[in-house]
Design a protein around this ligand. Structure first.
Ligand code: FPP
Length: 257
């Protein structure tokens, strides 16, 4: 059976339209700290358990044929957390990559990052680069980790590059800005999910989410499983996407990547 008929059969079995699967899903993984506190544990315990939800989301994306999955793993603002928590998150990132990269590779997952990697500890940078290299030839799913990322940082960087490129301001078009974003070549997300009941974008993909549908769920990130991912896609498929126009003409309208 071809990959597309696999997706079709699976999507039908969970009441999803395989022809209207978002090509790119972005997730703000929120609520790890609260999940841990509810259990009388340290916040780091929540982050550790959050890895199961990362795994579940990757699996759900693979099963439904989502082509790009972007996870907000560490924001520029997260550097202001207690050093102990920052260190634990960095260690968790390294240990998770070491443990999971072979499995990701076997499933055709290509690892990518957006963000200012130069601010990450050297061990982290090394492991990320190694994982990126060993998966760069794969094309079933692009798993994009936003690390030391914020949208305002990205837009400032893009503006610097544009100014240096000497582009005539009168000739400036949206595509020039897109070319200089960290997500250059990746289509904009059609669906953005945020867990834990918060309803904010928190400096995440401000440009790229211009026409995305937002799905907010009260589920805390470590409790977010495959079913929650499918619920979000089902919610997305029930929306009437108009892109500022009047008709629901094209559910997958986005630039190609
Ligand atoms: C937000 O919850 C979560 C984070 C800042 C970190 C998310 C990171 C992971 C789940 C690990 C990622 C690792 C890989 C390999 C992708 P919070 O701490 O803000 O929760 P709270 O709002 O309840 O305090």
């Amino acid at each position: 059976m071809s990959a597309s008929s696999d997706y079709q059969v699976f999507c039908e079995s969970i009441d999803l339209d395989s022809k209207r699967i978002p090509k790119h899903v972005a997730i703000i993984m929120d609520g790890n700290g609260r999940w841990a506190n509810e259990r009388g544990e340290e916040r780091v315990f929540g982050h550790m358990n959050g890895i199961n939800s990362v795994r579940a989301s990757v699996e759900a994306a693979l099963r439904t044929g989502v082509r790009y999955l972007t996870l907000y793993a560490f924001s520029t603002e997260n550097w202001s957390r207690p050093q102990e928590e920052v260190n634990a998150l960095m260690d968790l990132l390294v240990s998770t990559l070491v443990k999971e990269v072979q499995d990701l590779e076997s499933k055709g997952v290509r690892l990518r990052t957006i963000g200012d990697l130069s601010t990450l500890p050297k061990a982290c940078q090394d492991q990320i680069n190694k994982s990126i290299q060993s998966t760069q030839h794969l094309d079933t799913l692009d798993l994009v980790l936003a690390l030391s990322y914020s949208s305002k940082w990205e837009l400032v960087e893009a503006t610097k590059k544009l100014m240096k490129s000497g582009v005539n301001p009168d000739d400036l078009e949206a595509s020039h800005i897109e070319e200089h974003l960290a997500t250059s070549g990746i289509p904009d997300p059609e669906l953005m999910i945020r867990t834990s009941g918060e309803r904010r974008i928190s400096n995440f993909l401000l440009w790229q989410l211009a026409y995305a549908e937002f799905h907010f769920t009260p589920v805390l990130w470590p409790d977010f499983g495959q079913e929650n991912f499918y619920d979000a896609v089902r919610d997305y498929q029930n929306r009437n996407r108009r892109f500022g126009g009047l008709l629901d003409t094209n559910h997958t309208m986005s630039k190609q990547g």
